[in-house]
Design a protein around this ligand. Structure first.
Ligand SMILES: Cc1cc2nc3c(=O)[nH]c(=O)nc-3n(C[C@H](O)[C@H](O)[C@H](O)COP(=O)(O)OP(=O)(O)OC[C@H]3O[C@@H](n4cnc5c(N)ncnc54)[C@H](O)[C@@H]3O)c2cc1C
Length: 383
């Protein structure tokens, strides 16, 4: 009997790869393994679901049994892969050994630990999967005051979502502006202003040093010595690719699991994509790159080697108070930002010394100019 294709992970990367494989190959046995319950959901909706009253169950599009039928696959839920033996092509999972023909690592990324002191630090929430979203919602429902730690895309989306739902939100982060690693200063300033206008208290240039329990809630101490009272604390301080399993198996790992444009790791027959992977030097933790990777990997697993193509894939920040879409220039690109308009109608173009477009940002009313700018950008990985 043919040895199966095994995919570890049933997030968007795992399930999209399985669907793409099935478009090309209905025969090869397919097994998916996940530590969670295997429900299919769209993770970007976790940071915009609260004000819409969406429970975790409402966000789940299909359970593992329905996905088994749709994909003609076996799905092992609540099963954590502990080891990979790339010589024998076996996995150690829940004390059993499982043989694979080809293996796909779609392990995602895990919240970066934050050095927080205090007896309430361990009770701060992170929302990186459906279960964590359910737990957070339960805590947020009775809460009046929410402290959000982090000023990136996820922290800003939650701040917007919870403020819209009527919560008093304080958002704290060390950078001078929101979205500091994604968008230029002017766009961050526009978002900061818009968050302020919907009632978010945005406190920049500060870290949270400790979180202590205080009655039914929490008291946080910030780096300037001030204190914030909150009923619930949410940390959104970044995610790091899950690489431990790959490192232990002897695969090449850098910032993520290293793969080439065919999504091949350093071990024969083992592939990686999604938030855990570093594809030709690029670690992207959002949906369009994993979709592009899955579209290439599906036919590759079916025997037709296909290289991934990455066009420029602008990132949309889903903050309704001031929408932002941006494509930051690659690190080290020399050039300058040129602006037109301001605040919620801003267009910024980052042009290099030859006047070529290398990045852009749009806010609010200028969002409709997105396609025109995207088409002018060079691809990240050309075909
Ligand atoms: C709140 C939030 C909002 C976002 N919004 C956007 C957005 O608007 N637009 C956008 O493009 N991107 C957004 N992103 C990013 C995007 O959602 C992710 O890039 C994408 O979902 C990652 O999918 P993945 O399959 O790689 O990882 P995950 O969804 O993390 O899946 C990882 C899977 O691996 C399994 N797993 C891990 N280790 C093991 C193991 N050892 N054994 C068994 N199973 C294991 C897990 O159980 C899980 O099933 C957002 C992310 C968050 C957290």
């Amino acid at each position: 009997m043919t040895t199966p294709v095994v995919i570890i992970g049933t997030g968007l990367a795992g399930y999209t790869t399985a669907r793409e494989l099935r478009k090309h190959d209905r025969e090869t046995p397919l097994v998916l393994i996940t530590s969670d319950d295997g429900r299919s959901y769209s993770k970007p909706q976790l940071s915009t679901g609260y004000r819409k009253g969406k429970t975790a169950d409402a966000l789940a599009m299909a359970d593992a049994a329905a996905m088994e039928t749709a994909l003609d696959a076996r799905i092992l839920t609540g099963s954590t892969v502990e080891t990979i033996d790339v010589e024998r092509r076996t996995l150690g999972v829940s004390g059993e050994s499982l043989t694979y023909g080809r293996l796909v690592l779609a392990l995602g990324a895990a919240p970066v630990p934050l050095p927080l002191d205090g007896d309430g630090a361990d009770r701060a929430y992170r929302v990186n999967d459906l279960q964590q979203y359910a737990d957070f919602r339960r805590a947020a429902d009775p809460a009046q005051r929410v402290l959000i730690v982090g000023g990136g895309l996820v922290g800003c989306e939650f701040a917007n979502d919870l403020a819209d739902a009527g919560k008093a939100v304080v958002q704290v982060f060390p950078e001078a502006q929101p979205l500091a690693r994604l968008a230029p200063e002017r766009a961050g300033a526009a978002l900061k202003q818009a968050l302020g206008e919907i009632g978010v208290e945005v406190r920049t240039g500060l870290t949270v040093e400790r979180v202590d329990t205080d009655g039914d809630g929490y008291r946080a101490r910030l780096s300037d010595g001030t204190r914030v009272q909150a009923d619930v604390v949410l940390v959104a301080a970044g995610l790091a690719p899950r690489t431990r399993l790959a490192t232990a198996a002897g695969l090449e790992v850098d910032r993520g699991i290293v793969v080439d444009r065919y999504l091949r790791t350093s071990a024969e027959g083992v592939y990686a994509l999604g938030d855990c992977a570093q594809v030709e030097g690029h670690v992207f933790q959002y949906v369009p790159p994993l979709t592009a990777a899955a579209r290439a990997l599906g036919p590759t697993l079916a025997g037709e080697e296909t290289a991934v193509v990455y066009p420029a894939m602008p990132v949309m920040v889903k903050t309704s108070c001031c929408q932002v879409v941006c494509w930051p220039p690659a690190p080290g690109t020399s050039g300058e930002w040129h602006y037109d308009g301001e605040a919620s109608a801003l267009r910024g173009e980052f042009r290099d010394a030859d006047g070529r477009l290398r990045g852009f940002v749009l806010t609010g009313k200028r969002m409709r100019e997105r396609m025109e700018l995207t088409e002018r950008l060079p691809p990240v990985i050309a075909g």
